[in-house]
Design a protein around this ligand. Structure first.
Ligand SMILES: CC(C)(COP(=O)(O)OP(=O)(O)OC[C@H]1O[C@@H](n2cnc3c(N)ncnc32)[C@H](O)[C@@H]1OP(=O)(O)O)[C@@H](O)C(=O)NCCC(=O)NCCS
Length: 169
């Protein structure tokens, strides 16, 4: 399924839909990473493009690609692909983060997003991909395992929430 799911960068015309998606995922999940709803959206798109190119990164940040997932022109989720790991990401966070909007879940989109992200992260020279999730996040665990994730270890995040770390070759 989901042959029609497309990953693409946000553009200025996405502003209204992006804002709604961001709000729909709060407070459990940060849809718009670094997104401030009151700031100009085109500037946010440029910030994401800078991050993709590794330009003007804040200290300790790695280059990352932020992509929207759409089906037939409708935003259903998003992905963040880190091109490398830093000290924190190698413990918690990993190479790829993703989310599917609540009204679009259980249709295989999460699995398809991660599958496509694996191709993209490998294009950055990443041979072994780290993906992590909360220990009790059954949906994400299933997505990761369906994409070939091999469980390695548990670790607490900075808030003491137990995480599962998986590697995908
Ligand atoms: C985790 C998440 C991305 C899954 O997205 P999704 O589009 O529903 O995933 P899929 O449809 O590919 O589901 C894959 C399988 O996971 C399992 N699954 C998904 N959600 C589940 C849930 N809430 N409870 C139990 N199993 C679940 C199911 O087995 C499902 O397959 P099935 O519907 O054929 O039974 C989505 O729930 C989400 O965005 N959650 C909030 C953000 C988040 O946790 N992101 C991941 C951070 S690591």
């Amino acid at each position: 399924m989901s042959a029609q799911l497309r990953l693409r960068p946000p553009v200025a015309a996405d502003e209204t839909e992006f804002r709604a998606a961001h709000l729909a995922m709060l407070p459990d999940f940060l849809f718009g990473l670094g997104y401030e709803p009151d700031e100009p959206f085109d500037a946010y798109c440029r910030l994401l493009e800078d991050q993709r190119c590794g330009r003007r990164l804040a200290a300790g940040r790695v280059a990352a690609t932020f992509l929207l997932a759409e089906i037939d022109g409708v935003i259903v989720g998003r992905a963040s692909i880190r091109h490398a790991l830093n000290e924190r990401l190698v413990q918690v966070g990993g190479h790829i983060g993703y989310g599917v909007l609540p009204t679009h879940r259980r249709r295989g989109y999460g699995t398809e997003i991660l599958r496509q992200c694996l191709i993209i992260v490998r294009s950055h020279g990443v041979a072994r991909v780290l993906v992590t999730c909360d220990d009790d996040n059954v949906g994400s665990r299933t997505v990761i395992e369906r994409c070939g994730g091999v469980f390695e270890s548990h670790v607490d995040d900075e808030n003491g929430v137990l995480q599962r770390r998986y590697w995908i070759d």
